[in-house]
Design a protein around this ligand. Structure first.
Ligand SMILES: Nc1ncnc2c1ncn2[C@@H]1O[C@H](COP(=O)(O)OP(=O)(O)O)[C@@H](O)[C@H]1O
Ligand SMILES: [Mg+2]
Length: 273
C-alpha cells in the first residue's frame, strides 16, 4: 500500500495546495510513483493547478512528471448518513485504486472542517500542516495567553488531529507522523517571527508534531501556479540562469521532502530514464 501524505489545516490560504503540488512533483522527480486526491473540490486549487500543468504540456510538448489525479466532491445525497456513507466509499475506492500502483498518495484538504477532511486525516501516515507565520494561525493549534505566551491547551485543529490519531489506532494500529511547516516566512528576522518560532517549538512535544523548515514568502509561487509549474520544473539555460531566490526556494522544497524521509518509507527507487 502507498504511503499517504495529507496536507491539512482548518484555515484557507495557509499553503496546503501549493505545498501539496510541490511535494507531489518533488517525489515524482525522485522517481516515485505518485497519486493525488483533491478533497477541496469547491476551490479545486490542486485540480486547477494540474489542469494548467496539462495545458502547459500540451502547448510546449515538454515532458513534465505529473501525479495520477482524482478529485472527490462533497456528496449531495439526501441525508447526512447517506452523504457520509457515499463520501467514505469514494475515498476508500480512491485510496485502493491509487494505493495499489503508487508509492505515495498526496491528499489536499479544504480549509474548513468536514467529514471527508476528518476521514482523510485518519488515513494519514504523514500529516503536513502548513501555517502562515503568525499568531492568528498558531491560534488554530493552541490556545495561547497573548501576554505570557503560556499554552492553555490545544485548539480545535489539534483536537481534531488527536481524535483522528485515535481513529487511526483503532482501525489498524497505525500512527500519524505530524509535521508542521511554517509558510510565507518573512525574510527579515522580525520579532514576531522569533516569537512564533519559540511558541511553536514549545508546542511540538506536548502536541506530538515535528517542525519542518518552511517556505519563505515569494511571489514566484503565484507565478508558477498560473503556468501549472513548480520550482522543481524550472530549467536552467545559458540565456536564463536560475536566480538565487529561485535556487534557495527550490532548496526549501527539497528540505521539506528530505524531512519526510521518502527513502526510509519506500526504499530507494531508481530515478527513471
Ligand atoms: N510561500 C509563499 N509565498 C508566497 N505566496 C504563497 C506562498 N505559499 C502560498 N502562497 C500563495 O498563497 C495563496 C494560498 O495558497 P494555497 O496553497 O492555495 O493555500 P490553501 O490551499 O491552504 O488554501 C496562493 O495564491 C499561493 O500562491
Ligand atoms: Mg487549497
Amino acid at each position: 500500500m502507498a504511503h499517504i501524505i495529507v496536507f491539512g489545516n482548518e484555515k484557507g490560504g495557509s499553503g496546503k495546495s501549493t505545498a501539496a503540488m510541490h511535494t507531489a512533483v518533488a517525489l515524482l522527480r525522485l522517481g516515485y510513483k505518485v497519486g493525488s486526491i483533491d478533497l477541496d473540490a469547491r476551490q479545486g486549487t490542486f485540480t486547477r493547478y494540474l489542469k494548467k500543468r496539462f495545458d502547459f504540456i500540451t502547448s510546449t510538448r515538454d515532458h513534465l512528471p505529473s501525479p495520477t489525479h482524482m478529485a472527490i466532491p462533497r456528496s449531495e445525497a439526501d441525508t447526512v448518513v447517506d452523504q457520509r456513507a457515499e463520501e467514505q466509499e469514494f475515498l476508500t475506492l480512491a485510496l485502493q485504486e491509487l494505493g495499489a500502483s503508487h508509492h505515495f498518495i498526496i491528499i489536499d484538504t479544504p480549509g474548513t472542517d468536514s467529514f471527508l477532511s476528518r476521514l482523510a486525516h485518519s488515513h494519514a501516515d504523514t500529516l503536513i500542516t502548513p501555517m502562515n507565520d503568525s499568531f492568528i494561525d498558531l491560534d488554530l493549534l493552541a490556545d495561547i495567553d497573548p501576554d505570557t505566551f503560556t499554552i492553555k491547551g490545544p485548539s480545535i485543529y489539534t483536537k481534531m488531529v488527536q481524535d483522528q490519531r485515535n481513529q487511526r489506532k483503532l482501525r489498524d494500529g497505525g500512527t500519524i507522523d505530524w509535521i508542521v511547516m511554517r509558510n510565507r516566512l518573512a525574510s527579515l528576522n522580525a520579532r514576531n517571527k522569533q516569537d512564533v518560532g519559540k511558541v511553536l517549538k514549545s508546542l511540538a512535544e506536548p502536541f506530538g508534531f515535528r517542525i519542518a523548515p518552511g517556505f519563505h514568502e515569494r511571489v514566484i509561487f503565484k507565478e508558477l501556479f498560473l503556468k501549472g509549474l513548480t520550482l522543481l520544473d524550472l530549467k536552467e539555460s545559458k540565456e536564463h540562469p536560475l536566480t538565487l531566490s529561485q535556487l534557495t526556494a527550490r532548496q526549501e522544497v527539497r528540505k521539506l521532502v528530505v524531512e519526510l524521509g521518502p527513502e526510509k518509507i519506500k526504499g530507494h527507487v531508481r530515478p527513471p530514464g
